[in-house]
Ligand binder design. Sequence first.
Ligand SMILES: NC(=O)c1ccc[n+]([C@@H]2O[C@H](COP(=O)([O-])OP(=O)(O)OC[C@H]3O[C@@H](n4cnc5c(N)ncnc54)[C@H](O)[C@@H]3O)[C@@H](O)[C@H]2O)c1
Length: 360
Amino acid sequence: MDKITLVKVLNKFRNKRVFITGHTGFKGSWLTMLLKQLGAQVRGYALEPVSSPNHFDLLDINNDIDHIIGDIRDYSNLKASMQSFKPEFVFHLAAQALVIRSYEDPVDTFSTNIMGSNHLLESVRDCNSVKSLVYITSDKCYENLEWEYGYRENDKLGGHDPYSASKAAAEILFSTYQRSFFSQIPELGVGSARAGNVIGGGDWSLNRIIPDCIRSIESNEPIILRNPSAIRPWQHVLEPLTGYLYLAYALCESPDRFSGSWNFGPKISEVRTVEEVAKNIIEYYGKGKIRISNTSNKQHESQLLQLNCDKANQNLNWNPKWDIQDTIKFSAEWYKSFYDNQMANAITSKQISNYFNGAL
Ligand SMILES: NC(=O)c1ccc[n+]([C@@H]2O[C@H](COP(=O)([O-])OP(=O)(O)OC[C@H]3O[C@@H](n4cnc5c(N)ncnc54)[C@H](O)[C@@H]3O)[C@@H](O)[C@H]2O)c1
């Protein structure tokens, strides 16, 4: 196969049928918008958006896609929704995606992230139109040993908190399906994708650093940081989404060569502490202040998490585009424009064009 290029990847999705789970969420709504701009036909399957406001409703794209509200734990509905659409590409993003919530409701987290993912894998197995599955888990699927270097795809899986454990379990499920079933379907490529901490406009989830900063700034309250020195692989939402498109393309072109697990994260030189990110948000937003909380966290939180992305850099020819300053600048700019009454879909659209710099 010739070297993968951005133009080849972006052109691949024109008029293609793409099934996305979790399209009403933060990453899923950006991916849906991006795929629509690439000319894809999209069917999304997810629960109703939970936050108010939320990026999916603000984009006003539910009439431009096949929009299905459904639970991935409802196996027959998920399977029928996929089979009747006959997709070529599947992106699985639906999940209970919040660490703190996983402590509050581990059963919901495990049932969604494990059994829901099992239903997705089984639906793909029964849907012979699918050529390429990108199955999104997380950088938190690795057993965190507080290493000062990045985790590689073959490092040990594990998880202290229920969210991380559910994502490690989802990875084991994926590997089982790949080895037991998908390897016997030569025309199907399957990849699991482990991205870092994703930031960007349009996220109003609870207990995530950027939404927490924006909520505090907009209500003239100090930003309370409970774990200011924690280091994370922050990246703009468009970075892993572009990585997922590269992977989907490669899986379709050469299933045997590219099936497996893939990390998508920033360069190691771009990782930052929580406090540095909050300070940069304030700088770009032009207002806000920080207060470090002295009440210690009851729940365990890892201090250091980094990804080694050599595999995707070298084999997929995927590389992150925006450095940490651009990542924070564009994130702050999105919310600032939104609270200055600009239309969310125009802001998102402009940032997508900016990111692809004329390639769209
Ligand atoms: N945001 C991050 O920093 C980050 C980092 C690494 C991995 N991830 C993973 O990326 C994916 C998307 O994350 P996000 O930040 O957009 O999360 P999000 O919470 O914004 O969106 C989650 C989506 O999943 C859907 N969903 C949840 N439970 C469901 C169920 N039972 N049935 C059907 N749909 C259901 C929701 O409706 C929503 O569309 C998740 O798998 C998450 O674990 C996120």
